[in-house]
Design a binder for this molecule. Structure first.
Ligand code: RNT
Ligand code: ZN
Length: 434
């Protein structure tokens, strides 16, 4: 990574400067009726679950039995050096990220990150003990865990189908896998005392001119019902993630948004919205007030789509800003399980994590600093100009000073100082991974 000059640009800000800038900012927000102290506290308290798969380009830790299996659903591009090669390296990398991230964090695993030693354990036979090292580590780090059954990169993905396959043995295998994962979640939530989201995403679909759209969906409903028929303790949060299309499966996705939304609502479980899984002009932010009128909670995979890719590193872009605004306006922050989902193998992977995770936390803080009461008043007074002016004025407000203060309070680097620590780790640790 490049050395940024002048060095002062990447140094942590001195405490006195952070505090005086914050006092000035606090007064500006107070003039608009916003309590900055409260916003900082609230934004830092929201648990955000960071996905493990950015560490190693979604490779996972399984002991291969049948040789390499192509991705069947996910694709990380790039070959930046330093990817983690084992569970310990992922944990080391994440511990560094945690030192650079303000607030409450969780870690989101995939079943393919089970640690089974030299022995291959099939996905339909996974048990909590295969995650013992993750669970002990999470307890140590005082963070919660989430889990995703892994329905890709496996020979039992047949003709692009898993839970929706017409072959009973294929369906049964994946149903068993998902049930194993739910039980592992139960062990995680019991030990860590935090909810554990069990998020089901399958790539199942067709590339072209789909003849049967009905059969796979009917089979998926039955498979999901079997999976969720197993009753588990309260902290297990079942979630289902929709997608518009996948690469090579452009014509038909079995688990579309309508499919999973209605499934989730009818079964009392949680829909997952991945920001990269919708039409480019469709707004996930707009869905919150609609969907949360009918379901208890939703699960977010914060991601950033670019053209056909749904998983670029998250930034504080308009969709993240709007999503966070809507969550805060609707007092729905606590009804959302916040998570990230991106993978970029072309840049330093820990930097990707930290940048994306900080962006989401910033979105929450920015939303909590919104002079929303004023905007709402203007709206109901049919004063569109004032409303628009307020929205534009937000861009001028000293948000950065409040964010610096939040980082300072949380004892993590301000500004770009986090980059310097990652650079050092790159030279001292990552450079020795081949
Ligand atoms: C894929 C989905 C899914 C995956 C992870 C690895 O489009 O977003 O969430 O990214 O399960
Ligand atoms: Zn996702």
């Amino acid at each position: 990574m490049l050395e940024l000059k002048p060095a002062s640009a990447v140094k942590p800000l001195p405490a006195a400067k952070i505090e005086s800038a914050y006092r000035a900012a606090q007064a500006r927000f107070a003039d608009l009726g916003v309590n900055a102290d409260r916003a900082v506290r609230a934004a830092l308290a929201v648990p955000i679950s960071l996905h493990c798969w950015q560490a190693d380009d979604v490779k996972g830790l399984e002991t291969p039995a049948d040789g390499p299996v192509s991705g069947s659903g996910t694709l990380a591009t790039g070959n930046y050096p330093g990817a983690a090669r084992c569970g310990d390296e992922i944990r080391d990398d994440f511990e560094l990220a945690l030192r650079l991230l303000p607030g409450a964090w969780k870690f989101n695993l995939h079943a393919s990150y089970a640690e089974t030693g030299a022995r291959r354990v099939e996905r339909d036979a996974l048990e909590p003990r295969h995650f013992a090292r993750w669970i002990d580590w999470a307890a140590d780090q005082k963070i919660g865990l989430d889990l995703n059954p892994t329905f890709f990169a496996h020979p039992m993905v047949t003709d692009g189908l898993t839970l929706a396959s017409e072959k009973k043995d294929v369906r049964d295998f994946w149903i068993a896998h998902a049930i194993c994962c739910r039980k592992i979640c139960q062990a995680m939530t019991r030990r860590l005392g935090q909810p554990c989201v069990n998020n089901i995403w399958i790539a199942d679909g067709r590339k072209d001119s789909t003849a049967d759209r009905w059969g796979p969906r009917q089979r998926l409903i039955e498979a999901l019902d079997q999976i969720f028929a197993v009753k588990l303790s309260a902290g297990v949060v079942d979630a289902v993630e929709s997608k518009l299309f996948g690469i090579g499966l452009e014509d038909y996705t079995v688990g579309s948004n309508e499919f999973y939304l209605l499934y989730a609502q009818s079964r009392g479980i949680c829909p997952t919205f991945d920001l990269g899984h919708f039409h480019p002009t469709e707004s996930v932010a707009d869905k919150l007030s609609a969907v949360l009128s009918y379901v208890e909670s939703i699960h977010i995979h914060a991601s950033r789509p670019i053209r056909w890719d749904s998983d670029h590193v998250l930034r504080l872009d308009d969709s993240v800003k709007a999503l966070c605004d809507e969550a805060v306006r609707g007092q729905a922050v606590d009804r959302i399980y916040w998570g990230t989902d991106f993978f970029d193998a072309s840049i330093n992977r820990i930097a990707a994590w930290v940048l994306g995770a900080r962006a989401l936390r910033k979105g929450l803080l920015r939303a909590m600093l919104e002079p929303w009461v004023l905007a709402k008043k203007a709206e109901y007074a049919a004063d569109g100009a004032t409303k628009l002016a307020l929205a534009e004025y937000r861009e001028e407000l000293p948000f950065g000073a409040v964010w610096d203060y939040a980082c300072f309070q949380a004892e993590v680097p301000t500004g770009l100082a986090w980059l310097a620590e990652i650079k050092q780790y790159e030279t001292e640790v990552l450079a020795f991974r081949s």
